[in-house]
Design a protein around this ligand. Structure first.
Ligand code: HEC
Length: 206
């Protein structure tokens, strides 16, 4: 199941990246623009506009000569960092069991989902997390023993929250989805994911 989900997720990511590259190319011919606008159609939560109207970071990262060490990259990352919203009362760590369900779920944001489908995080598509789950992608680093290796200090909690909220605030052209920034996960869902990674009692940290 998880493998199938990964494959579907992988091709969806490739398709979206390819489309955003086409749409952002400087030499986009007017004919191609019209073709894309007329050829694509919105279905469910997938909207044509998301492929044609790129935000500043998507535009920056779609340039084939992108320099991730440039001043422009630094400015875009600082702006993204300022926009991160942190939970009230420093309440970062939710229920790891619920976090595991969210990390496993690849639901949401697909053309066959309805607008009210509850999004999952699909974290296993790119990360190892629990040792018990054998099907995982390796695009991202392993998160097994995340808290045990890094500790549970406020700095680690704040960094991890911010990284999940907007990974591109730390690595401008990161391939990881911007879960908080794009409203993919709610603050409550993010707290539960934090529990999976950073509750000392979570099996991730055994
Ligand atoms: C499409 C692939 C992809 C998905 C899905 C994904 N990630 Fe990532 N993630 C990455 C990549 C690639 C990196 C390393 C590059 C970077 O830092 O952005 C990363 C880095 C991270 C880091 C930083 C690790 C460190 O040591 O600093 C954390 C934490 C993380 N991911 C958590 C998550 C969580 C939680 C989810 C699900 C809600 C998730 N990721 C989903 C690709 C992904």
């Amino acid at each position: 199941m998880a493998f199938v989900r990964f494959r579907v997720g992988f091709w969806a990511v490739c398709f979206i990246l390819a489309l955003s590259k086409i749409a952002a190319a400087d030499n986009l011919s007017p004919e191609l623009g019209v073709l894309l606008e007329e050829g694509l159609r919105s279905k469910g939560p997938v909207k044509v506009e998301q492929f044609l109207q790129l935000d500043p970071i998507q535009k920056f990262c779609s340039d084939s000569g992108v320099n991730i060490h440039s001043e422009e990259a630094g400015a875009l990352m600082s702006e993204a960092l300022e926009q991160i919203q942190y939970p009230d009362d420093d309440d970062y760590v939710g229920d790891w069991r619920e976090g595991e369900r969210i990390a496993q779920s690849g639901k949401g944001l697909r053309f066959n989902d309805s607008d009210d489908t509850i999004n999952g995080g699909n974290c296993y598509a790119c990360h190892q997390i629990r040792k018990e789950e054998l099907a995982y992608g390796t695009l991202g680093p392993s998160l097994y023993q995340y808290g045990k290796l890094r500790g549970y200090s406020m700095q680690v909690l704040r960094y991890t929250w911010a990284k999940i909220f907007n990974p591109q605030a730390f690595l401008i052209c990161s391939n990881m989805p911007r879960y908080g920034h794009k409203g993919i996960l709610t603050m409550g869902q993010m707290r539960d994911i934090m529990g999976l990674l950073l509750d000392p009692k979570s099996p991730v940290n055994e």
